[in-house]
Design a protein around this ligand. Sequence first.
Ligand code: SGN
Ligand code: CA
Length: 508
Amino acid sequence: MRLIPLLCIPGVITSCQVREHEQPNIVFIMTDDHGYQALSAYGGRLNTTPALDRIAGEGVIFRNSFVCNSISAPSRAALLTGKHSHTNGHIDNRHRFDSSQVTFPKLLREAGYQTALIGKWHLQSEPTGFDYWNILPGQGSYYNPDFIEMGRRYREEGYATTIITDMAIDWISKRDKSKPFCILVHHKAPHRNWMPDTIDFDLFDDADFPVPANFFDNYEGRKGAELQKMSIYKDMRMASDLKITGTDGDSISQSEKDYISYLGNRLGQQHYKAWQEEYGPLSRDYNAHPLTGDSLAIFKLKRYLTDYLRTVQSVDRNTGRLLDFIDSAGLRDNTIIVYTSDQGFFLGEHGWFDKRFMYEESFRTPLLMRLPNGYNTRGDISEMVQNIDLAPTFLELAGVRPPDEMQGISLVPLLKGSEVRKWRDALYYHYYEYPGEHDTRPHYGIRTERYKLIHFYGDTDHWELYDLIGDPQEMRNVIDDPSYDMEEESLRNRLAELRRSYNVPEEE
Ligand code: SGN
Ligand code: CA
């Protein structure tokens, strides 16, 4: 454990062991596309995640945690910089991160931390601010993934989630023990195309997943929701997404050809055999009794959830392994464990997969923390927090004053259990990527505890207003309902104010 030297007066070393004077280690675990609905601590009924629940059970669970732009690279840039997308410049997945920017790993390093990044990065430019980095190129592969270790590209045998966890444990074991450390353990899972570890093939075989009440949503009165291509029924691919091959008969689609050749190149003999044994019979059964209409939609939903949740179980098991290692290495008391995802995900709500929207399932993201000694809070934290808050939080924990230019708010007062009289009462959100995969239209908006106002633009120009108390699933756009006129006006003003306070350019 390292103490901030200025606060240590020789001879009174015990006074330095007061919580505020320690620099805790930081283990920042992040997954890619893990919706809170698939994490049992959030009350989901789809699966059980004992290790992730353990973080919440021994620490805190943020019940109202959100992102500022629900897509991978922008979310990662916001996390590193503590800034909204328009400020850090990384507005969509196509950009290259300006790595000369101030980020929390750089500042931690200056404050004496040893820093490491392992796993998904997705920012195109090389990582900066890390003593050690080993990243998946682009989206990375589930099986036998390529890695780029400090500039050297090579292939690692095995399953990505397990490999990334092994690497994290290895780095922590071999670190310079005279310094505090911060490690980013960033998984690929459970990102599309949801390829489970072969050891998880028996999971969820007999599961009877509930079909979300709005699975057959017709998007009436919600143009933003109507304009997309992320329908499980229409847009999910039988072969690469659902692993059901041969449905095109003799005229095999290019997408199925690509999937088969990907498997051949990536899986290696042993995994390929297990893969065929798992999905061969499923494909044969399906082709013997092909489905159409609603039955096909529900078949696709269940097939999707089965593989998605299997990849989540591997994350859970590996996180358990990492937690056990941290505890057995004697690091428990002076280490903060943070678990989050780069954004939420649709698991059949509105008939969808993917994210991008400011609607609840993708706007929210799980956030769990197990706290080091001296931080007394346990259980639920209900304040609205956002991914831009993590950078200032990590800095304050390390005794570093977050730079004024960071737009997030440190969560430390919430973690200390101090009475927080005034917390933010509104969140700003902005999604930009268009045209792009899934066709989600660009939009920005404001969310308060009760309401959400969204402006969709681009080749559309319309507003949506939701009253989340009576309509948590966002099925009724009340923008034209006169009984909401007053709320609408006040939300429009508040949104304009928020945009001014975050210096959003007028034209965006
Ligand atoms: C891939 C996926 C998309 C997904 C994006 C962005 N298609 O392109 O479904 O929205 O990644 O995801 S796939 O067929 O190639 O799997 S993100 O999390 O990296 O932003
Ligand atoms: Ca993602």
